[in-house]
Design a protein. Structure first.
Length: 355
């Protein structure tokens, strides 16, 4: 599981020290119901808001603890569960080490009443259902008064930042959350961006039926070169019948032979991950993709794919002076199971080229 954050007294309290006690283990979730609302716990005695969850009991595995805690605190079952990451806390001020494991959870059925402990009742714990924007605002704007509360807020804020990284839309420096979207929907939204205009010549790099049909429907008058890796019979079979006077299907390896033509738009839809099976590394693919002369580039892939690094794409653009016009990352409406990962989130970049 990915480490989201490591919190220490030095970072949060400005004091030195290190805890050495035996670690404690917690499970927590960003829980969403079928109405698209998120569970938030409110504690009246402190006025703070937090994500639901609690401790792992002796003999429990993490997922069993997660399901129990969600049922106790929210009355909800965990129908869809995905790993988000963990936060490690080293609280020297009270000699405590803690690992909190976070998941994204969707509950589809009707919920029962929460069953709070006597301690939770005494501090005035209540369950709220909020929009994503409300949840983020409530937790981020909390005013902690004790060291423990400072840690709780820092922990949940770090987790929300990680979550928003997976369901965010960035456009011209403005950020806003997005709901579930398929990779095809993200492609269509980026192709519909108003900054893309006068598109007449397109390269569909690593073409497939989904990308090519979406491109053709968005730009029916444009000519499109659809390249497929040599020997990729599966893709060739699916797009051969789409060849026309406007669509030219070609077998090509962009890492083996440079593409001499100039384009208005280059689309790499699920290219960077899939192409690795032909022996090309992510960095080589990225470098050769941007060596193709174009006014704009669109890159779409799976955030969970271990062969793909969305942050590295942004870093490459900054170093090479390519401008990211728009970025979308959203939970997939239908998660895809691959050999070495489950594709839960799709990301997409619209990048301005140098032509």
């Amino acid at each position: 599981m990915k480490k989201i954050a490591e919190l220490t007294d030095k970072d949060l309290l400005g004091q030195l020290g290190e805890a050495h006690s035996a670690p404690r283990y917690k499970v927590r979730a960003i829980l969403r119901n079928s109405d698209g609302k998120y569970a938030v716990m409110y504690e009246d005695s402190t006025g703070l808001y937090s994500l639901p969850g609690g401790g792992v009991e002796s003999g429990e595995d993490i997922l069993t603890a997660l399901k129990r805690e969600m049922l106790e605190e929210t009355g909800c079952t965990c129908d869809v569960i995905y790993e988000l990451g963990y936060v490690y806390e080293n609280r020297a001020y009270c000699d405590m080490q803690q690992y909190s494991y976070f998941f994204t959870v969707t509950t589809k059925g009707s919920s029962m009443a929460p069953t709070f402990t006597s301690e939770e009742i005494d501090v005035g714990t209540t369950l709220m259902w909020c929009t994503l924007e409300e949840m983020v605002s409530l937790i981020e704007n909390g005013k902690p008064n004790t060291n423990q509360q400072i840690y709780l807020k820092a922990r949940d804020t770090a987790v929300l930042k990680e979550y928003l990284h997976r369901c965010i839309r960035e456009q011209n420096g403005v950020f806003r959350p997005v709901t579930e979207q398929s990779h095809k929907t993200i492609l269509r939204e980026l192709l519909s961006d108003p900054s893309i205009s006068d598109i007449s010549h397109i390269l569909d790099a690593g073409s497939g039926k989904t990308s090519l049909s979406t491109i053709v429907s968005c730009f029916p008058k444009a000519s499109t070169d659809a390249i497929v890796y040599p020997g990729d019979e599966r893709k060739l079979k699916t797009i051969r019948n789409m060849q026309s006077n406007k669509v030219n299907v070609v077998e090509w390896d962009i890492c083996d032979t440079p593409i001499p033509a100039h384009y208005d738009l280059v689309v790499a839809h699920l290219l960077l991950g899939e192409a690795s099976k032909f022996g090309n590394s992510f960095q080589d693919l990225l470098q050769n993709l941007f060596s193709i002369q174009s006014r704009y580039y669109i890159i779409i892939d799976y955030l969970e794919d271990p062969k793909v690094d969305a942050d590295a794409i942004r870093t490459y653009c900054e170093a090479a002076d390519f401008k990211v016009q728009e970025y979308i990352c959203a939970e997939n409406t239908e998660p895809q199971v691959w050999d070495d990962f489950i594709g839960v989130h799709n990301f997409g970049f619209l990048i301005e080229g140098k032509l």
